[in-house]
Design a binder for this molecule. Structure first.
Ligand code: TGC
Ligand code: FAD
Length: 397
């Protein structure tokens, strides 16, 4: 007879191939055995251990959907399962991986020249070359079309541009070796993608200060990219893509991953809250799990997690068939981030005062999930993307 499993309420595991299940298992064991023991110290000290990316590289988890260039070439569903396993531990670790895999490697794979791909992708797949993605600026977050960073013809160096401008809230920027920066080409006014290598920047032209004292995503590292006439060889510009289609195409992959990942974080909250509710006793020695209001919180969260996974799965399959419209990705990114945040906040109440101690992990997930709802398009921005697709009228401006 069919049995209900609270860990997989709608039986999504029946949908995965053998290979996808094996990849998920590898990722889950690595994350639980090697990442989880480090997360509390990392979060307390805002200390991102970049060895994590090397370890992920050794397991073939970076840029996993890319074909060739020493990448694993797995399905979008398999990459979603990896993301879910990582974010079950911490959204910050998933963030570091998303930026490396979907935003930086994904951009190079989709828009780079053969030379750029050969130069960066194999090293990035191994976690030996660290990447970051600079779109957001101090004055332009939700509206990146207005960005001010500019690439001018270099005044003295033949075959070079000179890049100036400032990017902020950039995951991995303080430790990155290669920067995928989006700036306007002065001659056309159009947004273009540039690959800046830290090792090739003359002193004083590139600074990447860390943004510390965060109250979420503390296990990831975030910073600025300050460019003051950075010389960049023309061969380091993406040759063909112009306008916002470039950065947004990279974001499609990262937003898709977040839809899986945030459900991983929510699933961790559910498992921890359930366990706590079964152990904690109040009023006549009853476990608080006996009380209806506590059960409702668990029922709501478990339902949203199960629906979220099925939706992400469906978009993953369509993605591999070339049938995933960006609006579908906006829908699952928004819904899964929002539901993960709301439910995690409700589950936090189950822990009573202990919720305030980081050793119960729930407060960390709640703070992280606020960030996931904000970056890669804040939820209301995704509502407007959907509203535009539904009505044909844009409401941004
Ligand atoms: P709009 O007119 O809508 O579009 C401009 C051009 O872009 C194309 N496009 C897309 N192409 C591919 N995929 C998509 N999802 C696309 N969305 C739009 C579009 O076809 C058009 O092309 P063309 O050739 O006609 O020029 O542009 P808009 O300026 O009106 O945009 C409005 C809006 C709100 C949709 C957009 O600006 C937006 O999405 N804002 C949110 C910004 C955002 O997501 N920033 C993310 C920064 S990176 C980040 O947060 C990383 S965190 C990583 C981590 O740590 O995990
Ligand atoms: P704003 O655009 O100022 O928005 C503020 C509020 O106004 C939001 O609620 C928004 O929904 C609302 N709003 C804005 N416009 C409208 C409108 N037209 N209608 C209705 N409501 C509106 N960026 C990168 O490029 N690379 C990274 O690696 C990266 N990593 C990040 C890591 C962290 C930890 C954080 C916090 C951010 C990161 N970001 C990154 C930046 C992130 O993408 C932006 O913060 C996000 O896009 C929102 O932009 P903003 O902060 O400028 O908010």
């Amino acid at each position: 007879p069919a049995v209900f499993d609270w860990k997989d309420p709608l039986g999504s595991s029946n949908l995965y191939t053998e290979e996808e299940l094996a990849i998920a298992e590898t990722a889950e064991s690595y994350c639980q055995e090697r990442m989880l023991p480090r997360v509390l110290e990392a979060y307390r000290n805002e200390d991102y251990d970049k060895k994590i990316l090397e370890e992920m590289g050794e397991l073939g988890l970076l840029g996993a959907t890319i074909q060739g260039y020493e990448c694993a070439g797995v399905s979008s569903v398999a990459s979603g399962l990896i993301t879910r396993a990582v974010e079950r531990v911490d959204s910050g670790y998933r963030s570091g991986m998303s930026v490396q895999s979907s935003l930086a490697m994904g951009g190079i794979d989709e828009f780079g020249t053969e030379e750029q791909k050969e130069m960066f992708l194999p090293g990035m797949a191994k976690g030996k070359i660290l990447g970051c993605f600079g779109l957001t600026e101090p004055n332009h977050g939700s509206d990146p079309g207005s960005l001010e960073s500019v690439a001018k013809e270099h005044p003295t160096k033949e075959g070079y541009y000179s890049l100036s401008g400032s990017k902020t809230w950039i995951t991995n920027s303080p430790i990155a070796d290669v920067f995928l920066v989006w700036a306007k080409l002065q001659s056309t006014g159009k947004i273009r993608g540039f690959l800046i290598e830290r090792s090739k920047c003359p002193p004083g032209t590139l600074e990447t200060p860390k943004l510390g004292h965060k109250n979420g995503l503390r296990a990831s590292i975030t910073g600025m990219i300050q460019m003051d006439e950075v010389p960049v060889a023309k061969a380091m510009m993406f040759p063909d893509v112009e306008g916002l289609r470039g950065p947004f195409s990279c974001l499609n992959g990262a937003r898709y991953g977040i839809a899986w990942g945030t459900i991983g974080a929510l699933e961790d909250c559910i498992a921890r809250a359930r366990q706590y509710a079964l152990e904690r006793k109040q009023f006549k020695n009853n476990p608080i799990a006996k009380y209806q209001l506590v059960q409702k919180k668990l029922a709501d969260a478990t339902t949203d997690a199960a629906y979220g996974i099925l939706a992400a799965y469906q978009v993953g399959r369509l993605k591999d068939e070339g049938k995933a419209a960006p609006e579908m990705i906006s829908m699952i990114k928004r819904q899964n981030c929002d539901r993960a945040l709301v439910n995690a906040r409700n589950l936090q109440e189950i822990f009573g005062g202990n919720a305030v101690s980081d050793e119960y992990h729930i407060g960390r997930h709640v703070s992280n999930l606020f960030v996931t709802q904000t970056y890669e398009g804040q939820s209301d921005i995704h509502a407007l993307i959907l509203g535009r697709a539904i009505t044909g009228i844009q409401a941004f401006v």
